[in-house]
Design a binder for this molecule. Structure first.
Ligand code: AMP
Length: 129
């Protein structure tokens, strides 16, 4: 019988704790990537809620808005500049779009890695469900 060492077990445990978005950042699973730089990644949502639906995420592993720190201010600002640029590329600047970040269970956050949904290409209602 082959017994795994503690370090092998620890490595497997750490790997299994990666979020799906961290695995996309690390190119372990595929995604349709729209934009990437040293700070962030943007890719198509696998279950689009409109003609345009992509996600913008920081490469830094911030679980949600709750964990954003003061020294993340420039990073968060950068994410919004990327959102503006990609919205223009997707042709939704004039028609409008929604930027959504779900935070915690009441807001239906399913992936514990900060992400902004950019949804457009159709008209929407308010308030959200
Ligand atoms: P939230 O519910 O706000 O945490 O949003 C998570 C989003 O990630 C959902 O809109 C999912 O459709 C999307 N998603 C989950 N897995 C993937 C994936 N492998 N590639 C692209 N988008 C994904």
């Amino acid at each position: 019988m082959i017994k795994s060492t503690d370090s092998q077990t620890n490595r497997r445990t750490l790997m299994s704790e990666k979020t799906i978005f961290k695995r996309i950042i690390d190119k372990e699973i595929p995604a349709t990537i729209l934009y990437e730089d040293e700070q962030c990644l943007a890719f198509q949502d696998v279950s689009p809620q409109g003609p345009v639906h992509f996600l913008v995420i920081p490469k830094k592993e911030i679980p949600s808005v709750n964990e954003i720190e003061e020294n993340d201010a420039a990073l968060i600002g950068h994410l919004f500049c990327v959102i503006r640029k990609l919205a223009a590329e997707q042709g939704i600047t004039e028609t409008g779009y929604r930027v959504v970040t779900n935070c915690g269970p009441n807001a239906c956050q399913t992936v514990p890695h900060l992400h902004y949904h950019i949804i457009g290409g159709r008209s929407m209602t308010w308030p959200p469900g």
